[in-house]
Ligand binder design. Sequence first.
Ligand code: 48H
Length: 261
Amino acid sequence: MRGLDEARVSEVIVRSYMNAFLDALNIDVAVIGAGPSGMTAAYYLAKRGVKTAIFERHIHVGGGMPGGGMMFPRIVIEEEAREITEEFEIHIEDFGDGYLVADAVEAVAMLCAKCLKSGARIFNMISVEDVVFRDGRICGVVLNWSAAERAKIHVDPLVVRSDVVIDATGHDAEICRIVERKISASLRTDTGGVIGERSMWAEMGEKALIENTREIFPGLIVAGMAANAVAGSPRMGAVFGGMFLSGKKAAEIAYDIVTRR
Ligand code: 48H
């Protein structure tokens, strides 16, 4: 390189991004949300050779994890999820009686790094505002710049085609709510629709989370806090083992669907 040419800087940035974005227009699995459950799911899928991309509204990744418990940036992880933290090389402090603690910032950094290294792509600053519904199943996502969403200006979206969509949008279960509102009031739940999460009961919330992680509508899997929101199960505070385990389970379900098709 002979000196820095400003226009060339712009050119390589735009070309690099556009190449990645063009490549992501047809994928196996679209994960919505780069929180702990979404990044875990993407990691395990990409590791098995599944073409996976995450779309994340915010500029940063990690969802609710970096805040830890009430801005004490530490998270509690149960013994059942120790193996996953080892896979992500997250350092664990053992306080006994099954209370494992991790640095929330380290957990986000390691998870994100492993996710990218496995081959999953993360597109930040992009919001999913709708899904593609065809022949009775979800088969893609409708995207827009988060900045346009925030500015409340109407900009027509672009679309990514995918065999499977994973709703890892956290407390609001945004994708399931879109499906309930626009396509079918009968998600595969006891009541048919999104019930909304219940008040804190950590142990129950963590147990229910794994059960609640499933294909909720043809082509749509729900993971993480969104799974408990859909099923009307409790929240659990800054306990994150379930988020990792839910992400891993979502990846297994998605893998089965993708390889069956
Ligand atoms: C693009 C979107 C959209 C959209 C949302 O909240 P998250 O961290 O979600 P989980 O389920 O992986 O983890 C939950 C955990 O962080 C948590 O909140 C816990 C344990 N709470 C317990 C308690 O008692 O409170 O991440 C979701 C991500 C965020 O980064 C959003 O910005 C993103 O999804 N997102 N991205 N398009 N429509 N909606």
